[in-house]
Ligand binder design. Structure first.
Ligand SMILES: [Zn+2]
Length: 443
């Protein structure tokens, strides 16, 4: 049986982190035995959280804790990770006198369970039903709160019970989502170091390299061996990236502009648009991220070309100067972005970029030009290869349809939706944004 290799190694490298989820790999019947003895030790005061699909995917594990209480959510329509559901489950667990919670599920159920376990102060055991997200080892849950994606503090599981056959048999769209989310780590590594070079932001080379490295590894498995055989490697990588966020103390190692764009799409428009595609909110996180990564990579390739072309000519400045635009950004927010103005004000706490700040950024690009070119070329090439492997594995059948208008809006406002430096900031500061948006057909 396949074992997790990367996560245990990274766990040793980062052994000071606490709490530190242990991982047990085994067949469903081995894991069921372990759950049975855990349930006995807790006098049966253990609560199961699953949905109809994940319960059906791991029947032995469900049986193992049949003596306890359970919440089985409907399998369809897809459960939305809303904070109200998590709070209800926490109340039910408290009323039932539960001491521990076992979540059998992917990202949504795990996020709900982690938040509920924190609220009800329960020990948490997670059984990943798919290699779909990096939620299993992270300390935050992605939940919808008051109409926007937020990440409240949540319980870290004490144990992760990983079964290769369960993960390999997950619906293809879920494994594709997990691998799609891994493409983001390659982009995040570039943007993070770029942020360090351009703005002196705190950067951990170790976490950046681990996250991009495990992502490349899983995507290489996909390319060589196909989706099913890459599934457990994807879970291994996602456990590392979830942990890296805790090691660094934010999602910076694992999420950049592509995540910000995906989060906007989740809430920005109602896709009851007559195309027959479901609303973005109903799409798996990693698929939205993969869709966003496609746009990001195309844009970054263009920006890299622009950096290469700017060697002697210097940056061009069509239209209003970047510092003028940045100083009055709030006036420029279009009507359809108004619902997110509050969120953008909350995120954009930095001082507006004045002419001196822009001059400083330009001097920094000139000083670090070779490093940035090397970094960007490697990351963009890796991301392109990963996306290409995903296309060959059939991801396009599952990708959400995002109207070009909203792709453009997300790129243009990404700098304010999240205070996190990316190649888009660089393009803006160099005065290339109008050209970039025109190139993307999104202006
Ligand atoms: Zn993600």
């Amino acid at each position: 049986m396949e074992h997790l290799r990367l996560y245990p190694r990274y766990r040793r490298v980062t052994r000071r982190l606490a709490p530190s989820p242990k991982v047990v790999t085994g067949s469903p019947s081995e894991l069921a035995r372990l759950l049975r003895s855990t349930a006995r030790a807790l006098d049966g005061r253990i609560r199961l959280l699953a949905d109809e699909n994940t319960a059906a995917a791991a029947p032995e594990l469900v049986d193992a804790i049949a003596g306890g209480s359970a919440t089985i959510l409907p399998g369809s329509p897809v459960v939305v990770p809303d904070i109200d559901i998590a709070e209800r489950i926490a109340r039910e667990a408290a009323e039932a006198g539960s001491r521990a919670m076992v979540v059998i599920g992917g990202g949504t159920l795990t996020d709900i369970g982690k938040y509920a376990a924190e609220q009800a102060d329960l020990e948490l055991l997670c059984v990943p039903s798919a290699a779909s997200v990096d939620a299993y080892t992270s300390a935050r849950s992605a939940l919808r709160i008051a109409g926007y994606h937020r990440t409240p503090t949540s319980r870290v599981p004490s144990v992760i019970l990983a079964s290769p056959p369960v993960v390999a048999e997950a619906p293809r769209a879920l494994t594709l989502a997990g691998l799609g989310d891994l493409v983001a780590k390659v982009i995040a590594r570039l943007d993070w170091q770029l942020g360090a070079l351009m703005t002196d932001e705190a950067f951990s080379a170790r976490e950046a390299e681990w996250c991009a490295g495990v992502a490349r590894h899983a995507l290489a498995r996909l390319r060589r061996e196909g989706l099913r055989r890459a599934a457990f490697a994807a879970l291994d990588a996602l456990l590392v990236t979830g942990r890296a966020m805790r090691v660094f103390g934010s999602s910076r190692p694992a999420a950049s502009a592509e995540h910000t764009m995906a989060h906007l799409w989740e809430v920005a428009f109602d896709a009851g648009d007559g195309t027959g595609h479901s609303a973005p909110a109903g799409h798996y996180h990693g698929l939205l991220v993969a869709r966003a990564a496609g746009s990001v990579v195309a844009a970054y390739r263009w920006i890299l070309g622009r950096i290469l072309a700017s060697a002697s000519a210097g940056p061009s400045l069509p239209g209003e100067a970047p510092h003028e635009l940045d100083c009055r950004w709030q006036e420029l927010v279009p009507r359809d972005m108004q619902p997110f103005l509050g969120k953008m004000q909350e995120e954009t706490t930095r001082a507006p970029l004045d002419a001196r700040a822009i001059a400083d950024r330009r001097a920094r690009l000139a000083a670090h030009r070779e490093t940035i070119i090397t970094l960007a070329d490697r990351a963009i090439t890796d991301a392109e290869r990963g996306l290409d492997a995903l296309v060959r594995a059939g991801i396009e059948d599952h990708l959400p349809q995002i109207p070009a208008h909203w792709v453009g809006r997300s790129i243009q406002w990404v700098r304010y939706l999240r205070g996190r430096y990316s190649m888009f900031n660089l393009a803006f500061e160099m005065g290339w944004e109008p050209e970039l948006l025109a190139f993307l057909g999104a202006s």
